[in-house]
Design a protein around this ligand. Structure first.
Ligand code: MRU
Length: 358
């Protein structure tokens, strides 16, 4: 079992510190929205759906931590500033914006229904925000389970798969997206072998994914990112399975830097390339992936490994955190609502219309 990623116990949120994994299990305690945003920015926690869930908890935390407002107008201003603080943490994952907007909307509706301000009613608002945050985490858990089933259904017996970054339980409140598909397929005896690429520069594959696969007893090996082409050519890989941070209306998909290179390699080797992501990843306001904002992170995350400088002193390094894979390179996108195949504007819109169990 993977340790709990988020534990909300009013008035604090305990966050599993993923920077210390796999060698140490420790929690960071946050008490308000600014601390939650900082934990997201510093990657104490990471992975699109988990970032969204933490941001949701940031709202009740902030209302509890702040001096109580004296009117609903002031309360709404506090809610708006909470949403702003949380949304500024990381730009690419839509789940963060989805959760913050949903929590803001919930509070705004509640406030619109009120007449006189009272401490008792303010406490009711906090409780309703706690319920909404819990609902967001539950929906994520259920979405992961459903995507696991649908994705496992796409794989052949004796599959040899490759995944990138960490789209596992550690990135979600459930079994994960891409890794959830692998573990579900493993439980159906469909996985012969899984490769996890180390994911330079932040090593999510080496520190997190391979650890999850090991704990789930999936036969697996770690590879460096530059081994992918060679192994696609020689090791019989027959599916590449990744998560997503934001998907444009036409299916272009932003995911961890290196995903695009894997998709190009997979196309060359005629290997199916699957993206597994819940619907709060799909941004219908963006026509194509060109409009997705790509996070630029610090060059130290490239020049240092585990606190040790590995490049010459003073060298500058680029660090885009994500890249965009064009829809044409994606065999299928799996959401909790179904399988999108082929991937284009029409099929993406159709998937969103489907009834979900949620
Ligand atoms: O920078 P990270 O570690 O937050 O990036 C994570 C990824 O790119 C994941 O693949 C993505 O968020 C999907 S997680 C289910």
């Amino acid at each position: 079992m993977i340790p709990a990623r988020l534990i909300y116990k009013t008035p604090v949120l305990k966050i599993l510190d993923q920077r210390l994994l796999p060698h140490k299990t420790a929690y960071m305690i946050v008490r308000n929205a600014a601390q939650t945003a900082k934990a997201i920015k510093d990657m104490v926690l990471r992975g699109a759906p988990l970032i969204g869930c933490a941001a949701a908890w940031g709202f009740p935390l902030e209302l509890k931590a702040c001096r109580r407002p004296s009117s609903w107008k002031e309360t709404l201003a506090l809610i708006n500033s909470t949403a702003r603080v949380l949304k500024a943490a990381r730009p690419t994952a839509l789940a963060l914006f989805y959760a913050a907007d949903r929590m803001r909307g919930k509070a705004a509706c509640f406030i619109a229904d009120q007449k006189d301000f009272s401490p008792k009613k303010y406490a009711v608002l906090i409780r309703s925000l706690e319920r909404e945050a819990y609902k967001i985490t539950e929906e994520d858990r259920l979405a992961c389970a459903r995507m696991g089933e649908l994705g496992a259904g796409l794989l052949k017996k004796k599959s040899i798969v490759l995944t990138h970054c960490n789209a596992g339980a550690l990135a979600t409140m459930g079994i994960g997206t891409a890794v959830g598909v692998i573990t579900e397929a493993h439980s159906r005896n469909k996985i012969k072998h899984a490769y996890s690429s180390e994911t330079r520069p932040y090593l999510q594959g080496a520190r997190l994914t391979i650890w999850e696969l090991q704990r789930s007893k999936v036969p697996s090996e770690l590879i460096t990112d530059n081994m992918a082409g060679h192994l696609m050519k020689t090791a019989g890989i027959n599916a590449v399975i990744v998560g997503a941070d934001r998907i444009a209306a036409n299916g272009d998909t932003a995911n961890k830097i290196g995903t695009y290179s894997l998709a190009v390699l997979a196309a060359y080797h005629k290997i199916p390339f699957y993206v597994i992501a819940p619907t709060p990843t799909i941004d219908i306001t963006l026509k194509t992936g060109d409009e997705i904002r790509i996070e630029e992170r610090s060059s130290e995350e490239v020049t240092f490994i585990n606190g040790r400088l590995v490049a010459p002193k003073g060298v500058r390094a680029r660090h885009p955190g994500f890249d965009v894979t064009p829809a044409g390179l994606i065999t299928a996108i799996v959401t909790e609502k179904g399988v999108i195949r082929p991937v284009n504007k029409k099929t993406v819109a159709n998937n969103l219309k489907h009834f979900a169990f949620l």
